[in-house]
Design a protein. Sequence first.
Length: 248
Amino acid sequence: MKVIVCKDYDAMSRKAGEIFAERIKAKPGLVLGLATGSTPEGLYAELIRMNKAGDVSFKEVRTFNLDEYVGLEPGHDQSYRYFMNAKLFDHVDIDKANTRVPNGKADDLASECAAYEEAMKAAGGVDLQLLGIGSNGHVGFAEPGSPSDGRTSVVDLTESTIKDNSRLFASTGDVPRQAISMGIGTILESRQVVLVANKESKADAVARAIEGEPTTDCPASFLQGHPDATFVIDEAAASKLKGEYERA
Ligand code: F6R
């Protein structure tokens, strides 16, 4: 696993942005796996800046998001479809028909999950998967306890995730209790993974993911078994690491 420690959030976002832009330039029809949350917002701003400057085009890019809350309309301002449109898709030259976010309002959620996996396969698989990390070590909404071979499915959110995400809702009671999420098995199949993390609140999870034994207690630790996974993190998120790592 590769680890790049950046000075601060802006440097982390620029570094991750460079990695994404280089990959898209090398393969214009790249299949991206995308994440929501506060952490990738700076990276998305970088990609928008580069797109507007004519440095990178999303015209042929296809995307699959990691997850979506069950029960939220795509137009709900806390849905992940809404987030992706607002933070990236509305501002770059991507064809929205080529962007997929699981449908958390599907009548048959199990069929939606199976169709999502099929669509990824039909697209040739994910070339580059972006991840954030939860303070409990989750990736996507693959929460602690998730199996290392899990596929896209409906998952129950843990109390710690509900608490972390309640900052974005009017009250904790408004946070959905379930989500559709890619599983660890799905994520590990992508050809390349970039995980971004900032802030001290992520330092424990980052240290367990990078330096701990791979365990279902910290789903991100399974990335140690991926052949091309890079953590791009700021100094605060790296503050509990014991080893020496590349600095950018
Ligand atoms: C969201 C997702 C989650 C977040 C994680 C960190 O699509 O997959 O795993 O990446 O909860 O969220 P932030 O970045 O808000 O701290």
